[in-house]
Write a protein that binds this ligand. Structure first.
Ligand code: MSP
Length: 468
């Protein structure tokens, strides 16, 4: 059976992972866990983007070699994902030998097919974006995102004939053969393809200027442009071109934020079409979040470290907060006070109390409780299939809050003495509800879900979310 192939961007290793990287990766993990629980085989890929000038410059700043630097930072990403309970099946690094081989193979094939040609490039380049820029992308001569002056580049270059695919891409995306989601993002891409000229993309940098990269297989004076190198990671992980690669290919869902959607909707499918492969089924671009209203940046010293948060609160709390607080697909603002508020209100009070109250009552009155591991809330499944993480969690919490209200109303602590049969029945019903909640929460909060089910079974009750 073909696997459900799910990818995140591969992150630059110029710095350690932050909460923005964690957001996409956690969302992908929830989807991976959801499909696995439904017995669908999954291939969940994440990894690190390790070549190019930005990374080389960061290594130099840290007075180390690029290789040592990328080994170190890539390790930070791996351990952050372990800490956050990310269940990726593959962690790719663009410095992996098999990846370098795939990049070579792809470039040779595209070259042979006449899709790569040599010409002159004259223009601007932002190292922080690792992107060629046109005047339209600048504000007062500076990169609109990084507020830095882009470099002027004038060099002979190899180009990929992306322009050739303009009308084909427009049609494929409009028809939904290559699905771009949410709709607003799809509209943006279609309007871009309709109104602006898709230009051929420079796929090389002169080695004397950027030597930390993969050599072009047909001209050793050049390294491969980091974005072309990076996009091919999605192919490397499938064992392309071995014959079993279609057990994985094409990607079913590629997650990212809006910052890199355009390149994933133009250059990436152009490469795939050039290779004669099937296109990804769906690309989803979520929003960007700011920190207390500001862009997250080192200079503002407001970078939120997901590992530190997980150390303090536990991985599940970070996972929960990010997906409950923001509507997937929209921009949002991350705020540590909100984080603490949600911890106390939603987790310690609503969910924690529900479990503790019922299980303590059961235990004190010697009523056996058995978890039901089979059922989940069906609407939550639908939400997950539509990537509506917040709706799913809102729904689960509505259920939690209603269950707590039912307890208030039924006053089971009184029933225990006066109507033991009714009491036992009530506890039984509540345990079914708590099991349903735990099962529905499993992809979001795997540890909490398992803990709840275990406590139902053993009645060894401990607060899952101690008050802070
Ligand atoms: N290396 C490229 C991607 C290559 S994929 C073939 C890159 N790396 S990155 O480290 O800059 O990661 C960008 C991605 O990180 C975004 O698309 C998003 O998934 C995540 N985010 C980074 N900052 C974020 C926010 N502030 N908010 C939400 N997501 C964020 O681009």
């Amino acid at each position: 059976m073909k696997k459900f192939y799910l990818t995140t961007p591969i992150y630059y290793v110029n710095d350690k992972p932050h909460i923005g990287h964690a957001y996409t990766t956690i969302a992908a993990d929830v989807i991976a866990r959801y499909y696995r629980a439904k017995n669908k085989p999954v291939m969940f890929l994440t990894g690190t983007d390790e070549h190019g000038k930005k990374v080389a410059e960061a290594a130099e700043k840290n007075k180390t070699t690029p290789q040592q630097f990328v080994d170190d930072i890539s390790g930070h990403f791996k351990s952050a994902w372990q800490k956050l309970n990310i269940s990726n099946d593959y962690f790719i690094r663009t410095t992996d030998v098999n990846h370098v081989q795939v990049v070579n193979k792809v470039l040779r094939q595209l070259f042979k097919a006449g899709l790569i040609y040599k010409s002159n490039y004259e223009g601007l380049y932002c190292v922080s974006c690792e992107e060629f820029k046109t005047d339209k992308d600048l504000v007062d001569g500076l990169c609109a995102i990084h507020k830095t002056k882009p470099e002027k580049i004038k060099e002979e270059c190899y180009f990929l004939k992306v322009s050739k695919y303009q009308s084909q891409l427009q049609e494929l995306i409009t028809k939904g053969d290559l699905e771009i989601s949410p709709q607003t993002r799809k509209n943006e891409i279609i309007s871009f393809l309709k109104n602006e000229k898709l230009t051929d993309v420079a796929i090389s940098r002169q080695k004397e200027k950027v030597d930390w990269g993969i050599s072009l297989p047909f001209d050793k004076n050049y390294t491969t442009y980091v974005w072309v190198d990076a996009l091919l990671n999605y192919l490397t992980a499938t064992n392309w071109p071995d014959k079993d690669f279609d057990q994985v290919w094409p990607p079913d869902l590629q997650l990212m934020a809006k910052d890199i959607l355009r390149i994933h909707s133009t250059v990436w499918p152009a490469i795939i079409l050039g290779l004669g492969l099937k296109l990804p089924k769906k690309i989803f671009a979520h929003g960007f979040f700011t920190i207390n209203g500001h862009k997250m940046s080192k200079s503002l010293n407001n970078v939120v470290d997901p590992v530190k948060l997980a150390d303090e609160y536990g991985a599940d709390v970070v996972r929960y907060f990010l997906l409950r607080e923001f509507t997937f697909g929209h921009d949002g603002d991350f705020n540590l006070e909100r984080f603490a508020e949600r911890y106390n209100a939603d987790l310690a009070n609503d969910l924690g109390n529900l479990v503790q109250r019922i299980l303590s009552l059961a235990k004190n009155n010697q009523i056996q409780t058995i978890p039901d591991k089979t059922k989940t809330l069906t609407e939550v499944e639908k939400d997950l299939e539509n990537l509506k993480f917040k709706d799913a969690l809102d729904r689960i919490w509505e259920f939690v809050v209603t269950a707590n209200q039912e307890i208030e109303l039924a006053e089971p602590w009184k029933l225990a003495k006066t109507e033991p049969v009714k009491f036992a029945k009530f506890i039984g019903e509540m345990v079914v509800k708590i099991s349903l909640i735990a099962n529905s929460l499993a992809p979001f909060m795997p540890k909490t879900s398992a803990q709840i089910l275990k406590q139902i079974k053993t009645q060894e009750i401990e607060p899952i979310f101690p008050k802070k």
